[in-house]
Write a protein that binds this ligand. Sequence first.
Ligand SMILES: Nc1ncnc2c1ncn2[C@@H]1O[C@H](COP(=O)(O)OP(=O)(O)OP(=O)(O)O)[C@@H](O)[C@H]1O
Ligand SMILES: [Mg+2]
Length: 286
Amino acid sequence: MIRIRDLSFSYSGSDSRALSSVSLSVPDGDFLGIVGPSGAGKSTLTYAINGVIPHHYRGDFYGTVEVDGMDTVETAPQKLALRVGSVFADVEAQLLASIVEDELLFGLENFGVPEDEIEHRIEGALAAAGISGLRRRATNGLSGGQKQKVAIAAILALEPAIIVMDEPTGELDPKSSRNIFELMRELNQKRGVTVIIVEQKSAMLCEFARRLAVMDEGRIVMAGPVRDVLRETEILESAGVEIPKIAMLAGGLRERGLYGGEVPLNLSGAASMMRDALGLKPIRDQ
Ligand SMILES: Nc1ncnc2c1ncn2[C@@H]1O[C@H](COP(=O)(O)OP(=O)(O)OP(=O)(O)O)[C@@H](O)[C@H]1O
Ligand SMILES: [Mg+2]
């Protein structure tokens, strides 16, 4: 459980607030998406959860952040990292080893994972991230997307209860992006891992997340189940959040009195919405 209470933060040397009175609870097993325009404070909010603020970036910190009962200000970042696995937006800076398997190994050794478990963890994490074939490759010879997957595998190897990802698909093509989301869904549903993802590609995020938090100017302007948030098109627009096309279509049909169902989140949902709106029966019934 993550509990953020009335958190405000300004980076040292800056007189504006990167976060302003943010309160948010993330229950165990949640899949939370965070959206918002550039500069809204999304990355800073992830730093609050993994302890990067105030331990790495210093500044004025007000309020409290608790992760599984640990106050992040009072808890050593190393201890927090056992609970919270983070994939940062700048993946290049996150990779330390020159060979892919060493990247995973360093983490496992660092956190004192027993020797006889290490091989199994490395194999499993590489396979889960879909990069078993890159195991002995040099990290600096990989593409941006491959590096992203190495960073993800290194986190998975540590089996954290919470995974926080800041724009994990930034360097990935649509298929690889979907693979990452599917992997997160599987970890979330099968192993109960709490997943928090900051993502600009809102359509894909909405398809996978259970809840959505919308940020603007350091504040959370709205948070709730994905479908409830997507109905608030005015708030999303004023926050400068890209509204998924399917949700726009649902809103337009609702305004015209042509559709009264819930906002569809994927293509098959959109197809049944269109059938409803056009008064058509499903093809197989005709
Ligand atoms: N290291 C830093 N030092 C000083 N100010 C910072 C630092 N990092 C971020 N900020 C400022 O804090 C505010 C929030 O930035 P943050 O990076 O959290 O936004 P974001 O929503 O992640 O944006 P983006 O979508 O561009 O990644 C911005 O005004 C930014 O300029
Ligand atoms: Mg950011």
